[in-house]
Design a protein around this ligand. Structure first.
Ligand SMILES: CC(C)(COP(=O)(O)OP(=O)(O)OC[C@H]1O[C@@H](n2cnc3c(N)ncnc32)[C@H](O)[C@@H]1OP(=O)(O)O)[C@@H](O)C(=O)NCCC(=O)NCCS
Length: 176
């Protein structure tokens, strides 16, 4: 893979971000990767207004990974206060997955949350059905906390669930 550059997203990146995130999480395109939400949800993962809201929020940032002019990865980071960071929307182009880019973006997210938010721990939320993804996060140092969060049923902004029993399990790790 050519050299990868990681930088903060700007509003001009929203169309590319939207395309990347949808391709990683939803629909047939996402099945080219090794893990996807396509079996759990239809509809959208995000939309341009949602991404603009994130970029306008001082407590959230979107890091992007570029190979030349091509957006190949992104991750949302957020300051949840009291030394706690959160990351989500972690997306790598489906055809480039499995090459170490996801791990690299998670490392960049950890560094940015420590530097920008003073984070000493990170929490993430994952669908419990995604066992291979949970196993990967465990290899990245995350443990299941036992906490759960409800899925926001009734809000198509988060997608169209294919089942009525969705919820999230919360995982956490300390930052070095
Ligand atoms: C999750 C995601 C960001 C990972 O990106 P990636 O570039 O594939 O990540 P990496 O290449 O760094 O690591 C992939 C890991 O999965 C493992 N893996 C690869 N193929 C796999 C498979 N078929 N089954 C299980 N694990 C697999 C690799 O061994 C590697 O593990 P390691 O880091 O312990 O060696 C990417 O798959 C993605 O965008 N998925 C869709 C969106 C998503 O689900 N995001 C996370 C939701 S919270």
């Amino acid at each position: 893979m050519n050299e990868i550059t990681i930088r903060d997203a700007g509003t001009a990146d929203i169309p590319a971000l939207h395309g990347l995130i949808e391709s990683a999480y939803r629909g047939e395109a996402s099945r080219a990767g090794w893990t996807t939400e396509a079996d759990l949800l239809d509809g959208q993962r995000t939309d341009p207004d949602d991404l603009a809201d994130i970029l306008a929020d001082p407590k959230q940032d979107l890091l992007t990974a570029w190979r030349g002019d091509d957006l190949v990865g992104c991750v949302l980071i957020a300051d949840r206060g009291e030394g706690t960071g959160y990351f989500g929307m972690l997306s790598i182009s489906p055809t480039l997955q499995g090459g170490g880019l996801g791990r690299r973006l998670v490392d960049a997210a950890h560094r940015a949350m420590a530097e920008r938010y003073g984070a000493t721990r990170v929490r993430i939320s994952v669908f419990p059905q995604r066992e291979t993804l949970i196993a990967w996060y465990q290899r990245l140092g995350y443990r299941l906390t036992g906490d759960t969060l409800p899925f926001p049923y009734g809000n198509p902004r988060f997608g169209l669930p294919k089942r009525d029993d969705l919820y999230f399990v919360v995982m956490e790790r300390e930052l070095d």
